[in-house]
Design a protein around this ligand. Sequence first.
Ligand code: SAM
Ligand code: SF4
Length: 490
Amino acid sequence: MNNLVKENAEKYYAILNYGCQMNESDAEHYAGQLAELGYIRTDDLFQADVIVVNTCCVRESAELRILGKIGELKNVKAHHPGQIICVAGCMAQKDGAALVKKYPQIDLLLGTSYVNSFKKILQDYLEERHRGVFTSLEVQSSEFEGQRVRESGFSAWIPIMYGCNNFCTYCIVPYVRGRERSRSIENILEEVRTAVAGGYKEITLLGQNVDSYGKDFLRNHEEEKLLSVSSAVGEGFTEALKAEPFAALLKAVDAVPGVERVHFMTSHPRDMSEEVIRTVANGTHLCEHFHVALQSGSSRILKAMNRGYTREHFIELVRTIRRYIPQASITTDIIVGFPGETEEDFAETCSLVEEVGFDSAFTFIYSKRSGTPAARMENQVPDEVKHARLQKLMDVQNRQSLCINQKMLGQTVEVMAEGPTEKHQETWSGRTRGNKLVLWQQNYVVNNTDSSETVINEDGGSNLPIRPGQLVQIKIDSAQTWLVKGTRVK
Ligand code: SAM
Ligand code: SF4
């Protein structure tokens, strides 16, 4: 009887996602597979028949938060017999069976290579109810199959490659996500076309080091995975693909009918080529936004980090970007308190931040990751010094961001509307091509796709029709550190 009721009842899933955009994209794939099995999304953990905790272990702080959440799920599960708890992602990969041993509430543990096989693993579990630990890094294809249930209705994350070969000495990613594996260009373009057909207008191509896209195919003599679409973008495309696979991929995505904006991240300063910059400069839908991770402004520390470039190289790269695209938005990641970082090294980071003028920066305190070379280095920087440096760096960056935002005053910029802000339904937010957050007042909302109606009254543009994903023109009239505000003019 119970089984019968269960078979006919609605089934629910919840996903708790942590970490980077790659994890967000993986979470959308888990959601897609759960939807294929008939599960409905819920935010109520007590209602969920399946909970996926998609984990991150890049910094210790994230790990501690996630462990706390996994601990809490024991109580949730006690209220929902039969509930399936699946822990996935980087922590699952790193800690494997030890995690299952410590937290008996975990039913399934999926390392980073098993995103594609989640549906099959879950189906097997529903039949057999055997706890499973899946952590081999060798087994999976990097081609995407199935569907994603995306968080946004207009903006799609699309991974172009998985893993990383760089082994920066502080970073756990290569250990938990394995070596670089590119997706075939046809598989990527197919996903882009499907997203566009589904109403997605903005595509963000994801990879730990997008500039090395496709180089594994060339190294492994698997050129056919690049060349299978040589007819897609016309004359000379085959040669372009062989010479600069990432630049050629950008051109191909730019040419997909219906795409309105293309972003990509993360760029590695050592590998980013002039051809990629030129491609963005000449592109139509390729956004003039470069997320190039600096990490440190000291060449000495960059060497100890195994980053493969110097302070001077980074400055030259920024000059090249600005030569082709003077208005380019440049954002970055920076770590403070790497082992051995002196006050002089740190001062070099601050001075580089001032010299470059990043639009924004993600700033992190170095976190010791067991198993990485930096964790074994001497001269670990004391916590209080790291915290003081972070604060100082954030102050420097905030001044830069404000100064750059103030230069936008009076300009009219193209913004992709995201939707009303949580606090005020009539305040809408959106992003410029450079990924800058813009707020404006909006009184009139249409939900259908026919935006031909235009209503202009004394409120200026605020009464024009709007829907998420629409491109609008906003005249900027005030600037803050994290955002700018304006008035809609079109
Ligand atoms: N692949 C990208 C790159 O090279 O920039 C980023 C990947 S990582 C998930 C995102 C950022 O986390 C890095 O750019 C770095 O600044 C930061 N990060 C990585 N390991 C860290 C650590 N051990 N402590 C603090 N921050 C770290
Ligand atoms: Fe980590 Fe460096 Fe790879 Fe980025 S490039 S994921 S920081 S090892």
